[in-house]
Design a protein around this ligand. Structure first.
Ligand SMILES: Cc1cc2nc3c(=O)[nH]c(=O)nc-3n(C[C@H](O)[C@H](O)[C@H](O)COP(=O)(O)O)c2cc1C
Length: 195
């Protein structure tokens, strides 16, 4: 079983990765493998509603990370998308890509239905709940079970207003455990109902 960790920041080792690494450790300790996907710092497009994806379930534009992210999500059993908080919501570059990922693969293809998913947000001071809600909309639309923790999936960045966010750390650990648990239950159910 493999969970895809999507770093929705241009920083390869910033606050978002700091939070996702804690989730990763909990997943790995629970016997679940992980793979990383970096949004990166190169330019990305937004959706232009050309609807070419209705036939291919992929974006017609191949000049950024969009289609690689679709393939990585298809190949994973679960997905966790991390975002830095920008102006009290998710990073615009990330949502530009996700609009295309989900319009192609989900609106038209329903390729992610049944795949458990969660969003986490890293921030300096506030706005994390909006960011998590924004990303979770993609999952809800797509029929992807949303994995929860023991609190909202938020964590202050190490260089922030609360540098040692112990409650955020515990929330990330619990999220990893809950994702692992859900994946194991889904696998058991698949064995029980092979048809
Ligand atoms: C354009 C921009 C807007 C930001 N807006 C917010 C904000 O509204 N609230 C907040 O707490 N932090 C805000 N931040 C700070 C980032 O959320 C914070 O530094 C985050 O941990 C960055 O994650 P990263 O290191 O993975 O990129 C903003 C940063 C940038 C660059």
């Amino acid at each position: 079983m493999k969970v895809l960790l999507v770093n929705g920041s241009s920083h390869r080792n910033g606050g978002t990765v700091h939070s996702l690494k804690i989730v990763e450790a909990a997943l790995n300790e629970s016997g679940v493998d992980t793979e990383w996907f970096q949004l990166g710092a190169r330019p990305v497009r937004g959706c232009i509603d050309c609807r070419k994806c209705a036939e291919t379930f992929r974006c017609t534009f191949n000049d950024d990370v969009c289609n690689a992210l679709i393939e990585a999500m298809i190949a994973s059993d679960g997905v966790i998308i991390g975002t830095p908080v920008y102006f009290a919501s998710a990073n615009g570059a990330l949502t530009a890509v996700l609009d295309r990922v989900f319009y192609a693969a989900s609106t038209h293809g329903r390729l992610f239905t049944g795949k458990p998913a969660a969003a986490v947000a890293s921030f300096y001071r506030s706005g994390g709940n909006n960011a998590v809600d924004r990303i979770s909309k993609y999952f809800a639309f797509s029929g992807m079970p949303i994995v929860t923790s023991s609190y909202w999936n938020l964590m202050f960045a190490p260089e922030s207003f609360v540098p040692n966010d112990e409650m955020g750390r515990m929330t990330m650990v619990q999220l990893g455990k809950n994702m692992a648990e859900m994946l194991k239950k889904l696998r058991q159910d698949a064995w029980r109902h092979p048809c």
